[in-house]
Design a binder for this molecule. Structure first.
Ligand SMILES: CC(C)(COP(=O)(O)OP(=O)(O)OC[C@H]1O[C@@H](n2cnc3c(N)ncnc32)[C@H](O)[C@@H]1OP(=O)(O)O)[C@@H](O)C(=O)NCCC(=O)NCCS
Length: 124
């Protein structure tokens, strides 16, 4: 059964402007090494970084108030399987509270925007 749903849309240019302004400090605060390596290996890294940021926002909408305590940006890591399908890997206290296999993520990019959708299934 579906327990939560979250969606987020983000302008890629906004992400680029922030990252260009605040540099590696912001990059490393928001994204794990794995996420950065994945995005930097792509033609337009900002598009993929923006998608991951949107995924983290969509995640927080899907779980809403169902969590105790807080979680950081890097506790919610986006990973792609061998087919390219995205999902989450959780770290820190949140990893003890929920099972990443109960979370489903879909991402899409256009030239200007990214969208992320998260579904949380019962059983977390
Ligand atoms: C997966 C696919 C549909 C992506 O569509 P697209 O219009 O090119 O790109 P979008 O911007 O909408 O989506 C890109 C995102 O799709 C996701 N994605 C990639 N492969 C995926 C897969 N196998 N399953 C689910 N999602 C996938 C990724 O999250 C990717 O973003 P990321 O690299 O930042 O993580 C496309 O690459 C494709 O068709 N791949 C081949 C799969 C296939 O066999 N298709 C034929 C079946 S009809």
């Amino acid at each position: 059964m579906v327990k939560g749903i979250g969606v987020d849309i983000l302008e890629i240019g906004r992400m680029k402007r922030s990252l260009d302004r605040f540099g590696d400090r912001m990059l490393n605060r928001l994204f794990t090494d794995h996420e950065i390596t994945y995005c930097k290996g792509k033609y337009d890294s900002y598009q993929h970084l923006a998608a991951r940021f949107a995924a983290k926002e969509a995640f927080s909408k899907a779980v809403a108030t169902g969590l105790r305590g807080t979680f950081g940006w890097k506790d919610i890591e986006v990973v792609n399987d061998s087919l390219g399908r995205p999902g989450f890997r959780l770290h820190g206290p949140i990893a003890e509270q929920m099972n990443a296999s109960s979370l489903f993520l879909s991402l899409s990019h256009s030239e200007s925007h990214v969208v992320a959708m998260v579904i949380l299934e019962e059983g977390t």
